[in-house]
Design a protein around this ligand. Sequence first.
Ligand SMILES: O=P(O)(O)OC[C@H]1O[C@](O)(CO)[C@@H](O)[C@@H]1O
Length: 364
Amino acid sequence: MADVIVSNVPGSFPWGVLHERHPALIARVRDATPYGPGRRGALDALLGEIDGAIGPLAPGAADRGVWEAWGSEKYVGRPWDEVPFLWAESYFYRRLLDAVGYFGPGPWRGIDPFAPFKAAELDGLAPPVAGLEEQALLHASLWGNRADLGFRISAGEAGLGERVTGLVADDSAGLWAVLDRGAPGRLCVVADNAGPELLPDLLLADQLLAAHRVSEVLLHVKPYPYYVSDATPADVIACLRRAGEAGKRLWQAMADGRFIVRAHPFSCAPLPYQDMPDDLRADFGSATLTIMKGDLNYRRLVCDRHWAATTPYATVTGYFPGPVAALRTLKSEVVVGLDEATVAALDAGGQSWRTAGTHALIQV
Ligand SMILES: O=P(O)(O)OC[C@H]1O[C@](O)(CO)[C@@H](O)[C@@H]1O
């Protein structure tokens, strides 16, 4: 089994996320909302902690027991970059919510610290284009994953690189084949970012429901703000309002129970999907197909390990309780299921294809 990724190599991608992206994010959050001295002090304290040891959750945190079960007893007190990268990054977002008082008793309770960034993106969204074919909608949903505000914070002035035509792996034919096997059934979509990614996800869901290619869509979103732009139920409602006729149909489908939104606690867990609880396993097991959106879900799906890129996708995801497709633009080093010639050609062009958000894949 390949080793779990940690962040302790200076200059490596995970190290950069912990030591460069996170401080930049704290500064952006500090500026975006008029927090008072208490919250600002807590953000500064979190910033000061990044080069030291991982601190505990706020006293009285309602989810302390949940986090203990997810590993905090093992990792709190250790240096941030010596614990699994997946765990450290996820816990950072939970601590950021403590710092801004998201779970506290004060006035900032329930105020999404990333809302100003998400709102700016939503305001800039073009109205949806009607009449796209299903394959075009699938690609819109795939490339919508470039819309990741956390990633953009470190992309800096240069912004996102040009997207590369052609996918590093494309099993879209396999995806449609799974979906069309047997009578129309349930499609699970594990959403990633709000706004420019969620809108095409919703358009795809609407089209598949309208064409009776699926009988039901179950959309998993995050129960609280996470990884900057990740979609929460509030973001789904905001996006439905922007989705024109498709939004109205989905609104009705929610009322009818054909479009279901879930915000399961495990969606914000710092763990691979291999460790999912039984109720989530049952959800995914009941679906004709589950579509995992985005880079973080991919990392969780393949357990965030140093796999050789040619390791078969089916081997690594074999534990999943039903057919699972990954739609992802590449924004971290982990990748599986590529053929040798593809890897050689990509490597010949430099390593940034794994992390620059310029390349994408569809795997089943
Ligand atoms: O929104 P996504 O596609 O899950 O990306 C999450 C971001 O966080 C990371 O998982 C690591 O910071 C990157 O891979 C990516 O930039």
